[in-house]
Design a binder for this molecule. Structure first.
Ligand code: COA
Ligand code: AMP
Length: 243
C-alpha cells in the first residue's frame, strides 16, 4: 500500500492565511482533498502538493498531553519558564526565547514563516534565514478521526491534534524543548513540549488581541543539521495519543 503526503497552503494578497497537511493512503486522496480545500475561509490562491511517501516511520504514541490555566499572562509565562527549565533549558536561554516570541521573532517585523532554532547553551539563533525559520512537515495521525473524537470529548479541537502531532515530531527529531503560542489574536493557549514533560498546554500565554506568536525550538547546535533534515523530510505517522 502506498502513502501520500498531501499539503495545502493558501494566501490572500500575498499573505499566508492557512496551511494544513495529511499523510494518507492513496485511496483516501479524494476525501482528503475535499477536507483540505475547505480549510481557508478566504483566499485568492491555494496550492496543494501531493507527493508519494518513499519511507514512512510509524511511531507508537504522541507526547502525553496536560493542560494548565492561569489568571494572568505573567503567571502563565512564569510557569512556561519553569517547565522549560525542568526540561533542561537554562533559565536565561528560556527567557530569551520567551521574550523573542513576545516582541516578534521576525527581524523585519510581522510573523515568521516557521520556527526559530535556538542554541540551548548560548541562546543564539541558528536558522539560516531568520524571517523564514524552519518548518516541521510530513507528520500526521494514522487514525485522525479517532484522535479527534478523543480530544473533542476532553473539550479540545483539531488545532490541538495538529499542534500535538507537530510537537511530537519535533521531539522525535531531537529538539530538546519547544515553546509556542499562536499568532492568532483570539487564541491565547500555547504550550511547552519536551521528552520529559510531554505536551503541556498553558493558558493564557498572551493577551487577547495580541497578533504576535511563534515557535522556538531549543536545540543542541552540534545536532543542527540532522534535526533540520528530520523536521523537513522524515515522514511520520503517529498511532496513538499517550494516556
Ligand atoms: N507560514 C507562512 N508561510 C508559509 C507556511 C507557513 N506555515 N507554509 C508555507 N508557506 C509559504 C512560504 O512562502 C513558503 O516559502 P518559503 O519556503 O520561502 O518560506 C511557500 O509557502 C512554500 O512552502 P512549502 O514549504 O513548499 O510548503 P508545503 O507545500 O510544504 O506546505 C504547510 C507546508 C503549509 C503544510 C505547513 O507550513 C503547515 O502549515 N503545516 C500545518 C501546521 C499545523 O498543523 N499547524 C497547526 C498546529 S499549530
Ligand atoms: P500557529 O500556531 O499556526 O498560529 O503558528 C504559530 C507560528 O508557528 C507561526 O507564526 C510560524 O512562525 C510557526 N509555524 C507555522 N507553521 C509551522 C510549521 N509547520 N513548523 C514550524 N513552525 C511553524
Amino acid at each position: 500500500m502506498s502513502f501520500l503526503s498531501v499539503r495545502m497552503r493558501a494566501s490572500l494578497k500575498g499573505k499566508h492565511v492557512s496551511g494544513a497537511e495529511r499523510i494518507v493512503k492513496d485511496k483516501e486522496l479524494e476525501e482528503t482533498l475535499s477536507q483540505l480545500v475547505k480549510r481557508p475561509s478566504d483566499y485568492d490562491q491555494m496550492v496543494i502538493t501531493i507527493e508519494k511517501v518513499r519511507k514512512l516511520r510509524r511511531v507508537e504514541e504522541s507526547l502525553k498531553l496536560s493542560s494548565f490555566n492561569f489568571n494572568s499572562v505573567s503567571e502563565a509565562r512564569q510557569f512556561a519558564l519553569r517547565k522549560l527549565k525542568e526540561s533542561g533549558v537554562p533559565e536565561s536561554v528560556a527567557l530569551k526565547g520567551l521574550n523573542l516570541i513576545s516582541r516578534g521573532a521576525n527581524p523585519r517585523g510581522g510573523i515568521m514563516r516557521g520556527a526559530v532554532l535556538m542554541d540551548i547553551e548560548t541562546g543564539n539563533r541558528l536558522e539560516k534565514d531568520s524571517e523564514r525559520g524552519v518548518r516541521t512537515v510530513r507528520i500526521d495521525w494514522e487514525n485522525r478521526r479517532e484522535i479527534l473524537e478523543i480530544l473533542r470529548k476532553r473539550g479540545l479541537t483539531e488545532r490541538t491534534a495538529d499542534a500535538l502531532a507537530l510537537a511530537t515530531k519535533n521531539i522525535i527529531c531531537g529538539v530538546v524543548a519547544e515553546l509556542c503560542w499562536s499568532d492568532d489574536p483570539q487564541y491565547l493557549t500555547g504550550y511547552v513540549a519536551s521528552r520529559t514533560l510531554g505536551y503541556v498546554r498553558i493558558t493564557p500565554l498572551k493577551e487577547k488581541g495580541d497578533p504576535l506568536g511563534g515557535r522556538i525550538y531549543f536545540v543542541r547546535r552540534e545536532k543542527l543539521l540532522e534535526i533540520v533534515k528530520c523536521l523537513e523530510e522524515e515522514a511520520i505517522l503517529l498511532k496513538r495519543l499517550q494516556d
